[in-house]
Design a protein around this ligand. Structure first.
Ligand code: ADE
Length: 215
């Protein structure tokens, strides 16, 4: 799967794409992560990407031409890719949606909004608008990182244990989170690990975990 992120700040992705699971996924599987610098599609000698909104209002908007040209370039590299737009106005990102995109296996083109927003006409080429929650970030970069991470870890061959993505939070119904977990030592500064987890009784442990999973 190829994931292309359209952004004015490609340098923000260097750390995230080159560490831990995302780095390993690129090394060991067919996952390809790339950034597309929106500035390269800016207009005129100053590579302008933004302009004031019609009708007035605060701030600047990303212009339609650089955005559309960047999407077209990304589509050329991966014609079947689905286009996602990061915006607080989008559908809330959830585990089940991440799973749908991972299972579908199409590449993704992720557009990061910036400034006060973007020319709405870009939505004509967007398959889904995505929000990562009801709060406003300065741009779509951090949301895009969350989306990339949550999809890639569900792709075949990415996680170490075969079942690690099956026995974790939100898998069953987008609501239930895993029970608390503990590792050695069994007692730390007077804080003890629940007795049942030390018992070796798998049925009882499963029962305890089910009871302590939280909706
Ligand atoms: N851009 C700014 N805030 C956002 C959010 N909450 N989700 C997605 N994109 C955003």
């Amino acid at each position: 799967m190829k994931i292309q992120v359209i952004t004015l700040f490609p340098e923000m992705f260097e750390g995230v794409f080159n560490a831990s699971m995302l780095w390993k996924a690129q090394k060991d599987t067919d996952v390809e992560l790339a950034t597309v610098n929106l500035r390269d599609f800016g207009l005129g000698p100053r590579k302008t990407v933004d302009d004031a909104p019609y009708g007035g209002g605060d701030g600047m908007l990303l212009m339609i031409e650089p955005l559309m040209n960047a999407v077209n370039a990304a589509k050329e590299a991966d014609p079947k890719a689905k286009v996602l737009l990061m915006t607080p106005r989008g559908d809330t990102w959830r585990q089940s949606v991440a799973k749908q995109y991972a299972d579908a296996g199409n590449g993704l083109i992720i557009i990061c909004g910036r400034y006060e927003g973007y020319d709405e006409r870009i939505t004509s080429v967007v398959d889904q608008q995505i929000s990562i929650g009801n709060y406003v970030l300065t741009g779509g970069e951090i949301p895009a990182m969350a989306v990339v991470d949550s999809v890639v870890r569900l792709l075949p061959g990415v996680l170490g244990g075969e079942t690690s993505a099956e026995v974790e939070s939100f898998v069953e119904d987008d609501e239930t989170v895993e029970a608390p977990q503990y590792t050695r030592p069994a007692e730390y500064n007077g804080m003890e690990v629940p007795e049942v987890l030390l018992s070796g009784n798998h049925a009882e442990i499963a029962q305890w975990r089910a009871k302590n999973a939280k909706r």
